[in-house]
Design a protein around this ligand. Structure first.
Ligand code: NAD
Length: 300
């Protein structure tokens, strides 16, 4: 195995971060990890990663630091906390935030990082756990070209389609737009399948025909057969995170005075699912309140 010189710090070894971190170890990088979940840290240590006691210590030992965290508030805390990244990172270290956060938030954090002599790149991803495990994520990158080129080999370990969109924050902008569509499409596919099933069409028949027709979408092709039909709703991509991403779209649109009709309705449907205690389940569980209302189940 090729041994790479770059020392990589990784914070946030969750649903996505864990398989991504494993791929970085397998690619020959020395990896230092941190997470509030000690069990996740120990799993990575068994595979060869080093544990940092806190994020400051991780930053002191890293050339590049990846964050893969639930939301902007946590990224901010990890960067700016008393024992955070800013407290420990040497000048010249590059921070890569791969979490899905608001473009304006990233621009604010990048400014603070630059003032400390640190590089900052936003590189949110799409492709789910499958893409993270197989190293085939789509990665949307924002940041200075020279910096992006420097860390490109590391991104290639994680993804197959890597797009340098433009200045810092622009990767997040594309991600916000993408996940707005995912949320709206998931809500639409759920409503459509509840109607079709209520009429009396077999969900499998419905799926096969719509997959070959103009109503198809990723939400339909990935989520109906693998989650809804099988009655398996373990995330995946959780309703809480999808709700957060719709909030990012709504807030970003408000900053720019862009009306968001469908996005707001979709967000309310995800809110309803959260109110029903489904926040930790996969986004496909948004179909459950609709099924309950109609007294049917879209299952095979
Ligand atoms: P997750 O909740 O499974 O993982 C987040 C990890 O961060 C957890 O291990 C948690 O313990 C850790 N964490 C939380 N607070 C921390 C702190 N203060 N310090 C250190 N670690 C902390 O989330 P996920 O599904 O892996 O998603 C991560 C990010 O990627 C999110 O922004 C999400 O929107 C985005 N994303 C997720 C998917 C998906 O399919 N799950 C796909 C694309 C993008």
């Amino acid at each position: 195995m090729e041994v790479r010189e770059m020392k990589v710090g990784f914070i946030g070894i969750g649903t996505m971060g864990k398989p991504m971190a494993i791929n970085i170890i397998r690619a020959g990088y020395s990896l230092i990890v941190n997470d509030v979940n000690e069990q996740a840290v120990q799993e990575l240590v068994k595979l060869g990663a080093k544990k940092a006691q806190n994020q400051c210590e991780l930053a002191q030992q890293s050339d590049v630091i990846i964050t893969m965290l639930p939301n902007g508030a946590i990224v901010e805390q990890v960067l700016m906390g008393e024992k955070g990244i800013f407290a420990g990172a040497k000048a010249g270290v590059c921070l890569i935030d791969m979490s899905s956060v608001a473009p304006s938030f990233t621009q604010k954090m990048a400014k603070l990082a630059t003032e400390k002599g640190l590089g900052y790149i936003d590189a949110p991803v799409s492709g789910g756990v499958k893409g993270a495990t197989e190293g085939t994520l789509t990665i949307m990158v924002g940041g200075e070209t020279e910096l992006v080129n420097q860390i490109h080999p590391l991104l290639e370990v994680l993804g197959k389609k890597i797009y340098h969109v433009g200045a810092v924050g622009s990767g997040d902008a594309v991600k916000v737009v993408n996940n707005l569509l995912l949320g709206v499409n998931m809500a639409a596919a759920s409503e459509a399948f509840v109607l079709g099933t209520k009429i009396g069409i077999n969900p499998q028949t419905l799926f096969e025909i719509i997959s070959a027709s103009s109503g198809n979408s990723y939400a339909l092709s990935a989520k109906m057969p693998n989650f809804v039909f099988k009655n398996k709703f373990a995330a995946g991509f959780s309703i809480d995170l999808q709700y957060k991403d719709l909030e990012l779209a709504v807030q970003t649109a408000k900053e720019l005075k862009v009306p968001m009709m469908l996005t707001n309705v979709a967000q309310q449907l995800f809110e309803q699912a959260r109110a029903n205690g489904l926040g930790k389940e996969d986004i496909s569980a948004i179909i459950k309140p609709l099924e309950e209302l109609m007294g049917i189940k879209v299952r095979i």
